[in-house]
Design a protein around this ligand. Sequence first.
Ligand code: GAR
Length: 214
Amino acid sequence: MKKIAILISGSGSNLEAIAKACFEQRIDGQIKCVISNVPSAFGIQRAKSFGLNAVIVDHSLFKTRDEFDNEIDHVLSKYKIDIVVLAGFMRILGKKITKKYYGKMINLHPSLLPLYPGLDTHAKVLQNRDKNHGISIHYVSSELDAGPIIAQGCISVNKNDTKNDLEKRIHSIEHKLFPKIINDICNEKIYLEDNIVKFSMDKSMQKIYEYYEV
Ligand code: GAR
């Protein structure tokens, strides 16, 4: 069974969705540790409520980005992690660690990449009066929010939607799609080869991953 680490910085609702899926055996993998760079993150309590190992690696205690990354790597190595899942992890990881885990580290981003890498995606969608919004799940590369895309989920933006409305619907799509993708990665139905995302599954399943609307 694949050993999973989940990295968080905040509320951890995605961590909870993934943990639930693991306990209900919808993910064929085991969460070995949850790492938070924010000591007060609510996700740590969620992790503990599932009996998971919660490790705090407080970025503010490290002089350089490399030292912080090395400590993250140290924890990942200690738990012999196979798959690293960034689920609302709001720190940029450097070249060395992203290279080491290339093909084994995935990120969840709340936009239809390549649109809106970085922060405040819901505000940008509203500001630009976009008709659609969504999420992307991608392999992590050394460039911010730019690694090979595995799956995207789409929602429609309604006329009077607020940031909160978007966040709610984005979460509901994340909580459905992210655990499915993690399971397929655990089962090696999705993998990275020569920088290209490969799917060893039925074409109809791939379609669902390309366009998934709530
Ligand atoms: C999620 O919506 C995720 O897409 C986003 O943070 C939220 C975390 O929610 N991630 C990023 O913005 C990464 N750049 P959660 O803590 O409740 O899972």
